[in-house]
Unconditional design. Structure first.
Length: 356
């Protein structure tokens, strides 16, 4: 009972503690509860027992938090597993392999999700049932019989050098230009870029906070440094982030209604329109980049493609794969290889150069 209560408290505290500190918090709670006799009849400590599936799911999520998973990852686990169990319509301990197969097939055929997305949902369900088996809550794991769907492998393209120059030329404000150069030179994930703090930029080195609260250093090219400095000189607010969030759209519209379109796009120069504490979100960055791509006439422009482009061009220039992997923040080189856009012509040239 105390373990379940600890898990519930960790879930409740999740918005206020970092994943890196959940082990310490869990140990502190355990020590405090050691002096108490916890049972279901105590009204102040009653757990939500009306739904055993929900209680078990909460314990699983607490275990993921303790392991160091980010809030976003934990949220993805919660959403996909809850949805699957709700649609299947059975308690977690009565779900069969056939139930999961039908659910995934329905998601692909009826809901129109890709097989990649279906496999991601399968992976989350598998992690849940592996945990249930490890904790001896279940003896058998139905996911052991659910096969991974075969995905159609499509080679994803990096930007060409011409694409990059078109995008650079189509970035209008200093903010847009700085954002494009940061994406091109750091290869950082969009969530990492959104959370960059000004005080974590030292010269050409930027500390970003990656998956699982793992920090790493990425680097700005001289051009990126120049454009970031120019952009920061235009700001007069006290927000600590490189790319702060705007205040409510209604306020911005009201305060910029008599200004030109370009002046409206430069709202960040007016400290009254800048949120004091929050950073830009992932969706806003994606929207900005898409609009720039549309103006440039370049198709399929999104933040992740800058990441792939940087890695591909570095490898073409002779950077060792291990160093490319480190800069991307990958733990496995196999993951890095997925990002690379190496043409058949380049492979043929490499073969002629290196193979006797």
């Amino acid at each position: 009972m105390k373990k379940q209560l600890t898990d519930e408290l960790i879930i409740a505290l999740m918005p206020y503690i970092s994943p890196a500190h959940t082990d310490d918090v869990a140990m502190a709670i355990t020590m405090v509860l050691n002096d108490y006799n916890v049972n279901q009849e105590e009204r102040s400590l009653v757990l939500y027992e009306n739904n055993e599936t929900e209680t078990v799911l909460r314990r699983f999520l607490a275990a993921k938090i303790a392991k160091g998973c980010s809030h976003r990852t934990v949220g993805f686990y919660k959403d996909t597993i809850s949805k699957a169990l709700r649609i299947i319509g059975k308690p977690y301990d009565q779900v069969t392999a056939d139930d999961v197969r039908y659910y995934l097939a329905m998601r692909v055929q009826k809901d129109g999700i890709s097989k990649t997305s279906a496999n991601n949902e399968r992976r989350n369900l598998s992690a849940f049932y592996q945990w249930l088996q490890k904790e001896e809550i279940l003896l058998k794991n139905p996911m052991n019989k659910v096969e991974v769907m075969k995905e159609t492998k499509r080679k994803k393209k990096a930007f060409t050098q011409m694409d990059i120059e078109k995008i650079r030329d189509s970035a209008g404000t200093s903010r847009e230009k700085a954002l494009i150069e940061v994406l091109l030179s750091t290869w950082a994930r969009v969530t990492e870029v959104s959370q960059i703090r000004i005080d974590e930029i030292v010269g050409g080195t930027v500390t970003v906070h990656g998956k699982g609260d793992k920090d790493r250093d990425v680097y700005l090219t001289p051009k990126a440094q120049l454009l970031v400095d120019k952009y920061l000189q235009e700001r007069s607010d006290s927000n600590p982030y490189l790319f702060p969030r705007a205040k409510y759209a209604g306020d911005i519209k009201k305060m910029t209604q008599n200004r030109s379109r370009r002046s409206q796009a430069e709202w960040y120069k007016d400290s009254r329109l800048v949120d004091e504490t929050r950073h830009i979100d992932q969706c806003t960055i994606e929207s900005i980049v898409r609009k720039i791509g549309k103006r440039a006439g370049v198709e399929n422009v999104h933040p992740h493609r800058f990441r792939r482009t940087g890695a591909t061009m570095a490898l073409r220039s002779g950077m060792p794969l291990l160093q490319v992997s480190k800069l991307l923040g990958h733990e496995q080189i196999d993951t890095t290889q997925i990002y690379l856009d190496i043409s058949d012509q380049e492979l043929m040239q490499a073969h002629e150069k290196f193979v006797v």
